[in-house]
Design a protein. Sequence first.
Lengths: 220, 220
Amino acid sequence: MIAQQMAQAVTRSANVLRVLIADDHDLLRDTLQIFLEGEGTFETVCVASYSEAEALVKAGEQFDLVLLDYSMPGMNALEGFHKMRALEGSHRVAIISGTASRDVAEQVLEAGAAGFLPKTLSAKSLVNAVRFMAMGEQYAPLDFMRQEEATPSHPMAERLSPRELEVLEGLTQGKSNKEIARDLDIREPTVKLHVKTLYRKIGASNRTQAALLAKEAGLF
Amino acid sequence: MIAQQMAQAVTRSANVLRVLIADDHDLLRDTLQIFLEGEGTFETVCVASYSEAEALVKAGEQFDLVLLDYSMPGMNALEGFHKMRALEGSHRVAIISGTASRDVAEQVLEAGAAGFLPKTLSAKSLVNAVRFMAMGEQYAPLDFMRQEEATPSHPMAERLSPRELEVLEGLTQGKSNKEIARDLDIREPTVKLHVKTLYRKIGASNRTQAALLAKEAGLF
DNA sequence: CACGCCCCTACCCGGACGGATAGGGGACCG
DNA sequence: CGGTCCCCTATCCGTCCGGGTAGGGGCGTG
């Protein structure tokens, strides 16, 4: 079984891989085409809109990989992606985008896309990724996927005074007011004051909500 | 600049890539070696322990990629990984494992590993991934990385009765006993009872701790 | 059947919590 | 200098929580 898979990998890499590139960005499209073909193992077809790409596939053209720009004429965000996936032959489809968020990337990968390529990739990585996907693998830049959903600079933490933050940390550890007071070496009434005011600032109505909100915001 | 990177990509792929495989699993090691070398662009060196791998690198051997098994003699989980990374020349290092969790994968990728390979990969994907990493990219299987931290069989949830779980869910939403009682259509004293007993079961001493423990365990 | 387990209800009490109010002291700034 | 902000302390009050105890009903198992 393993040997069979290996043989398949070897033979596929020896064949010519056909890639359809649909992107209205001339530079990216042409550069990708030139250097993929320069590798000798790629045959590329380029179009500048979703409708052209769809027409080619409907005409029965076979591709090992279809690259769709997230924002190009006719694409309409992910609508084009899903339409393309639904077409006869269900080609391997990848999304390339200069703006889309990690969230969009997760969506398309979940839906079974061949990959997601942000335009922030280096040209070298781009070529490698295309080769990788054309070989049948699923690709997305790991650092891009791993980044926390943009932890919106903790607008919460900014509104709290230093002392309130310390108290909030105590809350996220399930401590009582008395324990927090001891740990910070202040009186308990003071802790209760800080607790009360930070409730207002972050929109909590009890300590459990405060602790959960803090955790959710990535604090502590 | 782009052209420069492209040129680099092309020339690299034309060169022979040297890979060091350190794994005490004979089958995997040999299969990988045979089929990588079968591609013609790879030169592989195989050892069966961390110490042998370290010796080779210290002797000045150059590799485009070092594959380390997570569990092999001398490896000691990630200790070997960090030691290898600290060595002169700082080679590109990837971890291969049959057991490690997504958490471990995140750790090594964060630390700058070339990749993470679970042994559940197909042979074909394994070869593709090795080639990809040897080209300078970072790899990990996306489906593996995307899966929720496997809700580790929730030893906690198993010990709670269905009703206690419902109450716990209320706690994780910062609700008061009264609110929970209303939502579940039971009297408040009953809620207090469930709350009390579930504290004992999960080791919490107040509702905030209970909520945090539940969240930490991946519940709700 | 008796037993254990889960679910429900109820009462008690001391302490903790949530909210309001009223200060004092230090730092910074117009 | 007054104003503002933060940090600290304090008191009062009503409510909520945590913990204990004491039941009753249902369900399945030994």
